[in-house]
Design a protein around this ligand. Sequence first.
Ligand code: ADP
Ligand code: ADP
Length: 238
Amino acid sequence: MIDIKNLSVLYDGNTAESLSDVNLSLQKDDFICVLGKSGAGKSTFIRCINGLQKPTSGEIYLDGKTITNASEDGLRKIRREMGMIFQHFNLIPRLSVLQNVLTGTFGYRSSFKNLIGWFTAEELDFAKSVIAEVGLSEMVDRRVEQLSGGQKQRVGIARALVQQPRVLLGDEPVASLDPGTSNHIFTLLKEMHARLGLLTVINVHDIELAKRYATRIIALKDGKVIFDGLPENFMEAE
Ligand code: ADP
Ligand code: ADP
């Protein structure tokens, strides 16, 4: 589904590449955890996949269509196929759960249309059904600043899913959460992966979480892929 060919990233001013000749093929039924120490290149990898970071060389294709050399318009379409979740959630604190989730549809709306009145009844019903799926039905109208960390990430997941993506990308989405909450979030992500057939690629630094939930582990070190395979074959020393 996503093909990555000879991908390298050298940031301006750096002497070492942050990604170095990465070659990978990511399949629709993969639930991938990307492991690596801080600075290994995990964020850069995710940003290249969703087109936020232009590689220095190499290509990424989504179902055969280039991401790396897409036009602005092409890139906008590609991003709509990719939901993103973040370590610090990136929610708008004083807006409600529903309003935040509706901002997930900004891809094809002007920026101030996150007011509930601008959406059709069908769109509001769909957003609410996604909020129910992440377990927050009771909190639809609650301001997100009043929620716990785990609940905020559930809102982040709903916002990513409301655009009906085919790929879900996460940049350390549980790094700010306690272990119990992290497990709840991964259980939810795994359910969504199975039910929606979403290729899922999540950066984590917690090896135990990756081993528990991933169907495939990709480990990076100094921008290079040092492991790509089944969790049971992953050795911590790598
Ligand atoms: P990780 O997510 O695994 O911590 P990153 O992709 O953030 O790794 O970083 C990989 C390497 O690239 C690090 O050495 C980091 O300092 C460097 N780097 C990341 N972003 C930039 C940037 N915008 N400019 C310069 N160097 C960067
Ligand atoms: P926290 O521990 O920070 O409150 P959690 O992620 O554990 O965050 O849970 C967030 C909310 O979702 C809680 O109100 C919890 O009761 C509810 N919840 C937890 N797991 C599920 C689940 N599998 N399905 C539906 N709701 C859940």
